[in-house]
Design a protein around this ligand. Structure first.
Ligand SMILES: Cc1ncc(COP(=O)(O)O)c(C=O)c1O
Length: 388
């Protein structure tokens, strides 16, 4: 059996569509398709505004940089992050001169350990950067209860959980802004790509500026007038009103995004059906592994949370031997990664370390089906029967 983490979703049909698009058009840098994809994504996610960028990491970088400027955060102001997430939820905070404050995670929705979160919120906290991981929506209600009346902003990393929802509201709408990734292995892909969602017009405008060098002409037409009036003596074509980057995407990636967005609902259904079948298989082995169940998920991968570390190593080896690709559970405990270890090694997080030592996952996507899961079932039966 060959069960890779992700497979080629660029079938002949899509490749032909893409070729025709390239033949028909003359401009491929950010233009009309980017706008069309953003508009359609906003509609799909029920968000007011979307900004297409070249990766989920770029989306996080812009969100942090824009929020720092918008809310006038100072260097060393604190942003709370989970100890388990992808590094680029955290690195933009460090790169922007802010201070990440790490919180342990829980093993039900893989977001914060909410009691640890309560302890870490302080007068210095400016924002909580939620990471909705492996398709599970974080408990935003609990987080809001912990925040109470304090002026603490919520930011959402939705890169692994596109389509997950809380009370019928899609993630990416619960704070200042949300980030999405369209990398190859994600729910939908533009090969490389990312999106920012926000419901705040001013924040949206700031993201547009930061995406593209700080150029005022990137703003919606109406909003350009303010700057045209204010800086009459400068050539508007090259008027820079914010520090920025170039994190733009292309028309080609946006074209793929529009195609993939038409398929995403169906794919999420398949992913969630696979996840349910997977947990039914795992139910037989409850004594040896934990099973995460949650409502309104948009399953990203199929996780194994093994109670015994040696057994985890053996099972992962066996699955690899049978042709099933595996990965660590995201980056494990980020504080054990070399780039952070020297600064934060004194912090011990029980659940994050459990994830680091005892967990891994296999791929889930529109190509995974009942027949593959049946084969997995047989492999697991054999593996665990030998253990008895
Ligand atoms: C939680 C999380 N945040 C951010 C990212 C970064 O996305 P990208 O790979 O598109 O830069 C990822 C990537 O997998 C992720 O899992």
């Amino acid at each position: 059996m060959y069960w890779p983490l992700q497979e080629n979703f660029l079938d002949n049909n899509v490749i032909n569509q893409l070729c025709n698009f390239i033949k028909r058009n003359k401009r491929f840098t950010q233009f009309k398709k980017v706008k069309e994809f953003e508009k359609k994504f906003s509609k799909w996610n029920n968000s007011k505004y979307s900004v297409l960028v070249n990766s989920g990491s770029s989306a996080n970088l812009i969100i942090i940089q824009a929020a720092k400027e918008y809310y006038n955060w100072k260097n060393n102001d604190e942003i709370i992050v989970p100890a388990v997430t992808w590094p680029t939820t955290v690195t933009p905070i460090i790169q922007s001169g802010l201070k990440p404050v790490f919180v342990d995670v829980n093993l039900n929705d893989f977001s914060f350990d909410y009691s640890d979160l309560k302890k870490k919120v302080s007068k210095k906290t400016k924002a909580i950067f939620i990471a909705h991981l492996i398709g599970f929506p974080s408990d935003v209600k609990k987080i809001n209860e912990i925040i109470g009346k304090r002026n603490i902003k919520i930011l959402e990393d939705c890169c692994e959980s596109q389509g997950a929802s809380i009370n019928n509201k899609k993630i990416g709408n619960f704070g200042v802004a949300g980030s999405f990734s369209f990398y190859w292995g994600h729910h939908m892909s533009t090969i490389e790509g990312g999106m920012i969602t926000t419901n705040d017009k001013k924040f949206y405008n700031l993201c547009l500026l930061k995406r593209s060098h700080g150029l005022a002409r990137e703003l919606p037409n109406k909003d350009q007038n303010l700057y045209k009036r204010k800086y009459k003596n400068r050539n508007f074509k090259f008027l820079f009103v914010s520090d920025g980057f170039n994190l733009r995407s292309t028309e080609i990636n946006a074209y793929l995004g529009v195609i993939m967005l038409n398929k995403i609902n169906q794919w999420i259904k398949i992913r969630n059906k696979n996840y349910n079948n997977f947990t039914q298989i795992l139910n037989k082995y409850k004594k040896t592994l934990n099973i995460a169940n949650n409502k309104n998920i948009s399953s990203f991968v199929l996780p194994f949370l093994m109670k015994n570390k040696t057994e985890k190593i053996q099972l992962e080896k066996q699955l690899n031997f049978k042709g099933i690709e595996t990965r660590p559970f995201i980056a494990g405990n980020l504080l054990n990664q070399p780039f952070l270890k020297s600064k934060y090694s004194s912090q011990k997080f029980k659940n994050s370390n459990f994830i680091d030592n005892n967990c891994f996952y296999i791929g889930n996507n529109q190509f995974v089906n009942k027949s593959r899961l049946n084969k997995l079932n047989k492999i697991l039966d054999k593996f665990f029967s030998k253990k008895k």
